[in-house]
Design a protein around this ligand. Structure first.
Ligand code: 13P
Length: 253
């Protein structure tokens, strides 16, 4: 049995007092959900604030939205995986489509970031997914398998066993148009088959989250699918009631 996992990706949003208020409400609203893994990924600057509010209970984990592809050194403006682990984070989102498309991250750069995160003791949350144009051309499976194989080439197949994958179709992100549960399930099952080519045990253990316009209202229909193990939540993770509702749906799903 894979424990369901819900991760909030706040992206570049919020201010310190909003982070404090939001997290206090999420802690209150999810206190009884012991069977669901929950994590939040605020902007780097608010990670210490978040870790402070979440305290030592460890019930809700913290993650970063990115890490440097480099280890510590002369890399102005970068934040290393070691630093993120040092302050108490457990996760790092790697290869989000916004980083791939807006900041030119290639599969090779994403694989280096994945490696740095794992070396530092963080659990990478590797984002994969096709654009609308790629979907229209029937290339979803090609794109997703290429993105996964880039990690296997750099880090080996065993690295996937200690990671989390997030299928985030780019056309579903921030559009209010989530993938239909059956379509998402089909791609999640495919992702598991790609991993199984290298290791059947890794494929079985791997948690594959769905991301893209998940709300409290549509979460359960997604999370009850066999190969969907939770969600990576953008906009709805900024609203306490929505995020708590999604965590509750994972509990039921
Ligand atoms: P939305 O939930 O806002 O569509 O964003 C999804 C996402 O990109 C999470 O990483």
């Amino acid at each position: 049995m894979r424990q369901p996992l819900v991760i909030g990706n706040w992206k570049m949003n919020g201010r310190r007092h909003e982070a404090e208020d939001l997290l206090a409400a999420v802690v209150r609203g999810t206190a009884d959900l012991v069977s669901v893994g929950i994590a939040v990924c605020p902007p780097y600057l608010y990670l210490p604030t978040a870790l402070g509010v979440l305290g030592a209970t460890g019930a809700i984990a913290c993650g970063a939205q990115d890490v440097s592809a480099y280890t510590d050194g002369a890399f102005t403006g970068e934040v290393s995986a070691e630093m993120i682990r040092d302050i108490g984070c457990r996760f790092a989102i790697i290869g989000h489509s916004e980083r791939r498309t807006l900041f030119g991250e290639t599969d090779a750069v994403v694989a280096k970031k994945f490696a740095r995160a794992q070396e530092a003791g963080l659990t990478p949350v590797l984002c994969v997914g096709e654009t609308a144009a790629e979907r229209d051309q029937g290339q979803t499976e090609l794109v997703v398998s290429r993105q996964i194989e880039a990690i296997v080439a750099e880090c080996g197949a065993a690295s996937l066993a200690a990671a989390v994958l997030a299928y985030e179709p780019v056309w579903a992100i921030g559009t209010g148009r989530a993938a239909a549960p059956a379509e998402a399930q089909r791609v999640h099952a495919f992702i598991r088959r790609v991993v199984a080519r290298h290791s059947t045990s890794a494929a079985q253990a791997l948690r594959v989250l769905y991301g893209g316009s998940v709300k409290a209202q549509n979460a359960r229909d997604l999370f009850i699918q066999d190969d969907i193990d939770g969600g990576l939540i953008g906009g709805a993770s900024l609203l306490a009631a929505e995020f708590v509702g999604i965590c509750r749906a994972a509990h039921l799903g």
